[in-house]
Design a protein around this ligand. Sequence first.
Ligand SMILES: O=c1ccn([C@@H]2O[C@H](COP(=O)(O)O)[C@@H](O)[C@H]2O)c(=O)[nH]1
Length: 227
Amino acid sequence: MTTNSPVVVALDFPDMQQAIAMADQLDPSLCRLKVGKELYTATGPVILEELHKRNYEVFLDLKFHDIPNTCAKAVGVAADLGVWMVNVHASGGQRMMEAARNELEKKSHQPLLIGVTVLTSMEQRDLAGIGLDVEPMKQVERLAKLTQSSGLDGVVCSAREVALIRDVCGADFLTVTPGIRPEGSDIGDQKRVMTPKQAVEAGVHYMVIGRPIVANEAPLTVLESIL
Ligand SMILES: O=c1ccn([C@@H]2O[C@H](COP(=O)(O)O)[C@@H](O)[C@H]2O)c(=O)[nH]1
């Protein structure tokens, strides 16, 4: 099933049973689902089959970052698994991203291919700690331009950077934004956050939302209130 919903719910769980129980409380006409490192490491590809059977489109958020050949082959396998979206770290560089793009061109099913810019859990001092003397906004801009010139479909960034990305990369270049926190909800380890309303006003294409929905005892109600 395809949906027009801008919400992608992060299924961050340690096992199949909890992930499927959550998927069964949500609705594929109201959201897509994201499978990340914790769940995929626990279950392997069978989780994707289960979610596809339930008519969900799935963002496989494994953030590949490796030498071009290894990264491209991993992206190719993700395409064969039928996912809707897959991502790589833009800081893997242009040759790595182009190799991933080229690998997808050989595939009958081609997921959206997205580059991760600066993790939404990072602020300026975290960048300084890895030797980058630059503001997150500037680094996001730099990596978004590199991602676009490498032929990818869009970027993962904070909703705070979306207006700038729309200016420099155009409105069709996809923005996928974690770090979304409804008014009053716990920020946790996220740093560059926005509310769903602010994110939509900024023009995001997709909002990735995990704990505010999946840690709530009424996840469908929270999803509906966000929508
Ligand atoms: O920059 C990034 C990239 C990915 N994520 C992922 O999104 C979700 C966010 O979950 P919350 O519970 O809403 O914080 C999570 O799966 C991250 O791995 C991100 O947060 N930031």
